[in-house]
Ligand binder design. Structure first.
Ligand code: RIB
Ligand code: CA
Length: 324
C-alpha cells in the first residue's frame, strides 16, 4: 500500500528531483506539495513546483506557503537577503531562479499551505507522513495554530541540519538557518522525526557520469533530473567542491528515498536534536545530544550520519526511469 505523503519544498534544483522521485515512486501516494520561501522567494519556489509537476503530467495540488521565516528576518543583519536571492556570486548558484521548464498553466490552490496543512492533519482519518526539504516555516506555523495536529503526523522526514557538516555558515545547514525558530518548534513538537542531515546527503553524492546516465534513460523525470544534477555539479565545483570531483549531493531526493527504503540511510542514531535560535555564529545550528547530557530533553529523532550512495543512485535510476 502506497504511503500517503505531503511534501514541503523550496524548489530549487534538488527539491525538483525530490518531487519527481516522490511522484514517480509507486510506494508514495503524493497528496500535495506545499511551497515555502527558502532557496528562492515563495513566488519562485511555487512557480518551479508547478512547472515541474506540469512537465511530469502530475495532477498533484500545490499549496503556496510562507513567504518569510517566522521571526528571523525581523532582526537587522540576522538574515541576508530574505527572501533569498541566491549567492552573491551567480556561478556559485546550484539552483538558479526558474527551472528550465515552461511557465506553468496551472495555479496553486487558493488556500494557504499552512491553513490547508492544519485542516488536512486535523481531519485526516489516518496518520500522514510529512517530508520537509526546505525551511520548516509552514509546519511550525501550523503547529502554532493547532498543536493537536501532531496526533495525525505519522512521521516527519526532514532534510536539514548537519552533524559534522554545514553549508551556509560554519555551524549551520541552510534549511535550519533560514528559519531557526521553525526548526526548533518542529524539533520540540513530539512528532516522530527522521533527520537526513548534510552528513548523509554528502555521502550520497551523484557524479557527472551518473547524471549523463539519468539523461540517457530518456524519461521526463530522468532527463530533467540529469540536467539539474549537471547544473548542481557545476555550482558545487565553483564554490564547494566535493571530495570526489565533478559530483554533487541531491539532498532532498535522499529524504524521499529514506521513506521508500530506510536502508538507504546508514549510521543512524536515536538522539535528542535541538536547534540554536541564539542568533550569532550558532544561529540555526543543529545540536545532537549524543551523550544524553541534557536530562530534560529526551531523544526525539532518528538521525542518519551516512548513506548508501550506490543504493541511492540505483533507487533514483529505477524510479526516475519510470514513465509515471
Ligand atoms: O542545505 C541543503 C538544503 O537547502 C536543500 O534542501 C536545498 O534545496 C536547500 O533548500
Ligand atoms: Ca530544499
Amino acid at each position: 500500500m502506497a504511503e500517503k505523503v505531503i511534501l514541503d519544498v523550496d524548489t530549487g534544483s534538488d527539491d525538483a528531483i525530490a518531487i519527481a522521485t516522490a511522484f514517480l515512486s509507486p510506494d508514495i501516494d503524493l497528496l500535495a506539495v506545499c511551497t515555502v520561501n527558502g532557496n528562492r522567494s515563495v513566488e519562485i519556489t511555487t512557480s518551479n513546483t508547478l512547472r515541474l509537476l506540469e512537465y511530469l503530467g502530475a495532477d498533484v495540488p500545490v499549496y503556496r506557503g510562507c513567504h518569510l521565516p517566522m521571526v528571523a528576518s525581523l532582526t537587522p543583519g540576522r538574515r541576508k537577503h530574505v527572501p533569498f536571492t541566491g549567492p552573491d556570486n551567480k556561478e556559485e548558484d546550484v539552483h538558479g531562479d526558474y527551472l528550465p521548464l515552461p511557465e506553468p498553466t496551472r495555479k496553486a490552490q487558493p488556500e494557504h499551505a499552512v491553513v490547508w496543512l492544519v485542516d488536512k492533519l486535523k481531519n485526516s482519518k489516518e496518520k500522514i507522513t510529512l517530508i520537509f526539504v526546505g525551511p520548516l516555516t509552514n509546519l511550525a506555523m501550523a503547529l502554532r495554530i493547532d498543536p493537536d495536529i501532531v496526533k495525525n503526523i505519522k512521521q516527519v522526514i526532514i532534510m536539514g541540519g548537519g552533524y559534522l557538516v554545514n553549508n551556509i555558515t560554519a555551524g549551520a545547514e541552510f534549511n535550519f538557518w533560514i528559519d531557526p525558530e521553525a526548526a526548533k518548534i518542529v524539533a520540540d513538537c513530539g512528532a516522530p522525526l527522521v533527520i537526513v542531515p548534510l552528513d548523509a546527503t554528502h555521502a550520497a553524492y551523484v557524479t557527472m557520469e551518473e547524471a549523463e546516465e539519468f539523461i540517457n534513460l530518456g524519461t521526463p523525470g530522468s532527463v530533467i533530473s540529469g540536467k539539474l544534477i549537471k547544473q548542481r555539479i557545476a555550482g558545487y565545483n565553483a564554490f564547494q567542491p566535493m571530495a570526489v570531483p565533478n559530483a554533487a549531493p541531491i539532498h532532498d531526493a535522499l529524504a524521499v528515498c529514506a521513506l521508500i527504503d530506510r536502508e538507504v540511510l546508514r549510521s543512524c542514531m536515536t538522539v535528542n536534536m535541538d536547534v540554536s535560535i541564539a542568533h550569532g555564529i550558532t544561529d540555526g545550528m543543529s545540536l545532537f545530544d549524543t551523550g544524553g547530557r541534557d536530562r530534560n530533553r529526551k531523544p526525539n529523532a532518528i538521525v542518519a550520519k551516512d548513506a548508501d550512495r550506490e543504493k541511492f543512485v540505483g533507487m533514483m535510476k529505477e524510479i526516475l526511469g519510470r514513465k509515471n
